[in-house]
Design a protein around this ligand. Structure first.
Ligand code: G1P
Length: 287
């Protein structure tokens, strides 16, 4: 057993109702950001944070995610035979993620219930959680930044950012005391509060490092906001047991589970592409 963060858990079992009808037959995590699905960026963040053991929690109708990370020997052979080296490089971008495991949530009972499926896999070690539809963009991966905080404190830590008041009811909202640069020691967290009940404007943004104590808290957590077992409610119990920190992430965050957020993500990554940048900027100016 190790006290280093060597494992990541990526819940990707949500129904994607905000993106119906396309999500009727396609997992929301497979929506493309140009030529890679959203989940690719999330797995890449874990890998770039030094984690090569990744557990994806999926559910019914999510087989496309497993196929995406599987080997494709026929396709590979076809590309090799036709000398398509650029396309082979694109395939290799996936095959570098070799330590991916899958488990299925049997019923969509909520994020907290999904994370509980990871207990056996985590084997009593601290682990990272990356939500499957948030993409983070920074020169140091967000999860790596959280691991650095964990390595100093030895305590659970969650990434937060300030959000406008009208968006407080979409997130887990924290309260705590400042205890260092960009660091809070938490005293509470509330899932999707009404703006008047929100303890601050700092929201959890879908990146966490947990000590294994989160699992006993998850087991004690009953249905909360939206009739679902909420990870936030388990964190609330964890705060009562041990120190939990929040780290104010300074990089960019994209919520691809939201239609506008999804379009913004595509534009952001298209503007990073040398060939697309100028024509896209010209198009946006005309639009
Ligand atoms: C989930 C969490 C919430 C968190 C948010 C970040 O909400 O329950 O605490 O702030 O992710 O994206 P969801 O987006 O599943 O409604």
């Amino acid at each position: 057993m190790s006290n280093n963060v060597r494992k990541a858990v990526i819940p990707a079992a949500g129904l994607g109702t905000r993106f119906l009808p396309v999500t009727k037959s396609m997992p929301k995590e497979m929506l493309p950001i140009i030529d890679k699905p959203v989940i690719h960026y999330v797995v890449e963040e874990a890998a770039d944070s030094g984690i090569d053991d990744i557990l994806l929690i999926t559910g019914r109708g999510k087989r496309a995610i497993e196929d995406y990370f599987d080997d494709a020997p026929e396709l590979r052979m076809h590309l090799e035979r036709h000398g398509k080296s650029r396309e082979l490089d694109a395939l290799n971008e996936i095959s570098r993620f070799s330590g991916i495991h899958f488990v299925r949530q049997r019923e969509p009972k909520g994020l907290g219930d999904a994370v509980l499926y990871a207990e056996k896999h985590c084997e009593g070690e601290p682990f990272a959680v990356l939500l499957g539809d948030d993409i983070m963009k920074d020169h140091i991966p967000c999860t790596k930044q959280l691991i650095d905080v964990f390595n100093k404190t030895g305590s659970s830590v969650i990434a937060i950012q300030e959000v406008p008041t009208e968006q407080l009811n979409r997130y887990g909202i924290v309260s705590g005391k400042e205890c260092g640069k960009n660091l809070l020691l938490l005293d509470d967290i509330v899932e999707k509060p009404r703006p008047n009940d929100a303890p601050s404007n700092f929201s959890s943004i879908g990146r966490y490092i947990f000590t294994p104590a989160i699992f006993s808290c998850l087991k004690r957590t009953t249905k909360g906001a939206g009739g679902e077992v909420q990870l936030t409610d388990a964190i609330r119990l964890l705060i009562k047991k041990e120190d939990v920190y929040a780290y104010v992430y300074q990089g960019k965050r994209f919520d691809t589970g939201d239609k506008l957020g999804y379009i913004e993500t595509i534009i952001e990554y298209a503007l990073d592409d040398e060939a697309m940048k100028a024509p896209l900027q010209a198009f946006l100016k005309r639009a």
